[in-house]
Write a protein of this length. Structure first.
Length: 467
């Protein structure tokens, strides 16, 4: 929408002292606003135009000075813009080109009153553009209210649909299993050459807890959420983009607008509240024409979203975990809650007698052979990058394949009689060394990180950043 905006601006009278912007772009998050500003700045330099980006969490002074000098393009988050409008620091009298980017996300974040307040100050003969990745009834109503005789351009199906370049893998499990599955998965991912990964969680507290736990055990992870200062968020994103910290643990603040081209993996540690958010999350990988892989931990607590998730998987021609279909059946029969929600609470009857993470790691050329034909492979045998890897992640047979046979007793009786990685009653080791893990080339794959890795240091940590 920026190139048409420049064409529009070039047909308007020049700005005079005290005029506000001609083009106004509203974005839901600071990160998206900053990314739009980076693109706008490049175009504006070539066209001798000026642009600015205003958002909360940053000093007001420089933003006010930009507005007072006059800018043709203003990219803003709703809250900070309303603050400046009420203080008289700018106005929208000259605004004739309005863009609502990620309109559905702004509605999800509760910005509708602010959007309406801003739009009420813009002249009615404006040109309005709305961009949205989904088309729910709330967005349709907003379009009816703000647009006149509008043209609706849709790319792809109107129903929920995901990028077909993303390999989607769903593991139906219980909450208590997530940590172990995540670590096995990270060991596999970190053995890949391209390993930049975003792990999505539902709450800020969970984000902080998981980040601390992984960093304490040596994983190069950093966290980002809405309560962090803008300086810290910028620093974390910069470290992630440049590969210094290839694991980003994030809330949905990073699910929209974050454009990092080489993100290869997305992990939904917590399934989001809506399937629209699921699509946005996994859309952080497979940018442009690249491919990516998305893993999802789906628990019986997420059963309200199971039908939508199955629809998304089918639309993208993905293999469907039979346990998802089992959840649908259980939901219909009222057995979706508690231990009765899955026919065998502790045994995956679809994994050929084995437990472990993502036993159905599907590769594309074998898709037509069906989901069940791949289940003899423990953790895959092939990843999105085409590198054959881990044939066996267990260090003893779980009758058991849970790292030691003693866990079998502890899971069934509740008494810790076996060992859990480096000891049931001691700290779980993220990335602990698993002797039987091979990389498919008859060589021992290094465990990432080493078992006794020291806590990560060496980053120029910003003041106040908690490890």
């Amino acid at each position: 929408y920026l190139l048409p905006a420049i064409v529009h601006i070039n047909h308007q009278p020049f700005l005079e002292r005290g005029d506000g912007p001609i083009c106004l772009v509203l974005a839901p998050t600071r990160e998206l606003a900053q990314q739009v500003q980076q693109v706008a700045a490049e175009y504006c330099r070539a066209c001798r135009l000026k642009s600015t980006c205003i958002y909360g969490g940053a000093p007001k002074g420089p933003q006010i000075r930009d507005l007072e000098r006059g800018v043709e393009i203003c990219i803003a988050t709703p809250g900070r813009l309303i603050d400046f409008l009420e203080c008289g620091k700018t106005n929208l009298r000259r605004t004739t080109y309005l863009v609502l980017d990620e309109a559905d996300r702004m509605l999800d974040m509760g910005f509708e009153p602010q959007i309406r307040k801003i739009v009420d100050q813009i002249r009615p003969d404006r040109q309005t553009l709305m961009w949205s990745a989904t088309w729910p009834k709330e967005v349709r109503q907003l379009a009816e209210d703000f647009l006149k005789d509008y043209i609706h351009i849709n790319i792809g199906a109107l129903e929920l649909s995901a990028n077909h370049n993303i390999l989607q893998i769903v593991d139906v499990c219980h909450d208590v299993e997530k940590d172990e599955k995540l670590i096995r998965l990270m060991e596999e991912i970190m053995s890949e050459k391209e390993n930049k990964t975003i792990v999505f969680v539902e709450t800020k507290r969970r984000c902080d807890e998981l980040t601390r736990k992984m960093r304490r055990d040596g994983w190069p992870a950093m966290g980002i959420h809405g309560d962090k200062s803008q300086q810290e968020r910028d620093w974390v994103l910069n470290e992630f983009k440049h590969g210094k910290a290839p694991i980003l643990i994030a809330t949905d603040v990073a699910s929209r607008g974050l454009d990092v081209e080489d993100v290869k993996f997305v992990i939904n540690y917590d399934y989001p509240n809506s399937s629209e958010d699921y699509i946005h999350r996994i859309g952080r990988t497979a940018r442009s024409t690249k491919t990516g892989t998305a893993y999802t931990f789906f628990t019986p607590n997420n059963i309200k979203q199971v039908s939508d998730l199955i629809s998304v998987l089918r639309e993208a021609n993905q293999a469907i975990n039979p346990k998802l279909l089992q959840l649908v059946e259980d939901r219909g029969s009222g057995r979706s809650r508690g231990r009765g929600g899955m026919k065998d609470d502790r045994r995956d009857r679809y994994s050929a007698g084995k437990r472990g993470g993502f036993n159905t790691f599907r590769d594309r050329e074998n898709y037509d052979r069906g989901y069940s034909s791949l289940l003899k492979r423990d953790f895959g045998a092939k990843t999105q990058n085409g590198v054959y890897s881990a044939a066996n992640y267990t260090n003893g047979s779980f009758g058991s394949n849970f790292v030691s046979a003693g866990i079998q007793t502890s899971f069934r009786t509740g008494n810790p009689t076996g060992t859990y990685q480096n000891g049931y009653d001691s700290t779980q080791q993220y990335g602990s060394n698993v002797p039987n893990m091979h990389n498919g080339m008859n060589q021992q794959a290094y465990a990432y990180p080493a078992t006794a890795a020291a806590p990560m240091i060496g980053y120029p940590m910003p003041t106040g950043y908690s490890q």
